[in-house]
Design a protein around this ligand. Structure first.
Ligand SMILES: [Zn+2]
Length: 289
């Protein structure tokens, strides 16, 4: 048995897996303070009755000193979450950020099952990424492995340079600022005055929407080509709102091939299998043994 917990900004979910089979799942509102978060997880684990180590997906990164950094659930930042959970639960705990959990779930028994090197992208209101190699998250030396959303947009065009975008992380022109859903909507509104969602723009027949969608897809492809050149993934799995734009699965691969140093033809880019469940499933798979 294995236990996974997805600690989201608004909900906290627990899942118990027996092999790959779900035997228990429960979702509660997230306690938006630190002590409440620890108490809620302790209660969920106790109620499960399952004696197993616990994996927890978090909206941030566990730094080398054991404290949490860059969590948008800000009450976690600077806190030694893993040590405090281990003390509260009386068992071993592993943490990973939510994009890494998504990628691990899809690599283990999802859309990328049976492959070795997997890159996962979650794009919607934000943009995140994760790398899994041989069934293990590649977190790197400081836990920032796969942080695709905060590398700068490659090969910026003249019109993009004139539209330089600051990021909340303190840098300029992060991919998140060019490839998240709200950035697409904001660019359309600036150009046309029309307010549409990412999904509406993707399926619109208006010329301006079509042109904007083509530019946006090209930016995604430039960002993905950078990843392809570094880790050459067997599969790229898309998650979040972006993964529901079906045209991307046809349009992205040839563009990534064009921009990347690709030898084996266009990369394989697929839709996730587990959807919103990938976070909690990946948390459980943090304990493969
Ligand atoms: Zn950034």
């Amino acid at each position: 048995m294995r236990l996974g917990i997805d600690l989201g900004g608004t909900k906290t979910e627990i899942l118990a897996l027996d092999g790959a089979r779900e035997v228990l799942r429960r979702r509660i509102a997230t306690a938006r303070n630190y002590d409440g978060t620890i108490a809620a997880i302790r209660a969920l684990v106790a109620e499960s009755g399952v004696e197993a180590p616990v994996g927890v997906g978090i909206p941030g990164t566990e730094a080398a000193d054991g404290t949490i950094k860059n969590a948008n659930s800000t009450w976690l930042n600077g806190r030694p979450l893993r040590a405090d959970l281990e003390a509260a639960l009386g068992r071993k705990v592993r943490l990973a950020n939510d994009a890494n959990c998504f990628t691990l779930s899809e690599a283990t028994d999802g859309a990328a099952a049976g492959t070795r090197v997997v890159f996962g992208v979650i794009a919607g209101t934000g943009v995140g990424g994760g790398v899994v190699v041989d069934g293990k998250v590649l977190g790197g030396a400081h836990g920032v492995g796969g942080e695709w959303g905060h590398i700068p947009l490659p090969a910026m065009r003249v019109d993009e340079l004139a539209d330089s975008r600051p990021c909340y992380c303190g840098k300029q022109n992060c991919l998140e600022q060019w490839c998240c859903g709200p950035s697409l909507s904001a660019e359309l509104e600036r150009r046309t005055g029309r307010t549409l969602s990412m999904e509406q723009i993707a399926t619109s027949n208006e010329a301006e929407e079509q042109a904007l969608m083509a530019r946006w897809t090209d930016r995604l492809a430039r960002g993905l080509a950078t990843v392809v050149n570094i880790i050459d993934p067997d599969v790229i799995v898309l998650g979040g709102g972006l993964s529901n734009i079906m045209r991307l699965y046809d349009e992205l691969p040839p563009l990534v091939e064009k921009y990347g140093f690709t030898l084996g033809g266009p990369p394989k880019i697929v839709k996730n299998r587990h959807g919103d469940s990938s976070g909690v499933r990946g948390a459980a798979w943090l304990w493969p043994e």
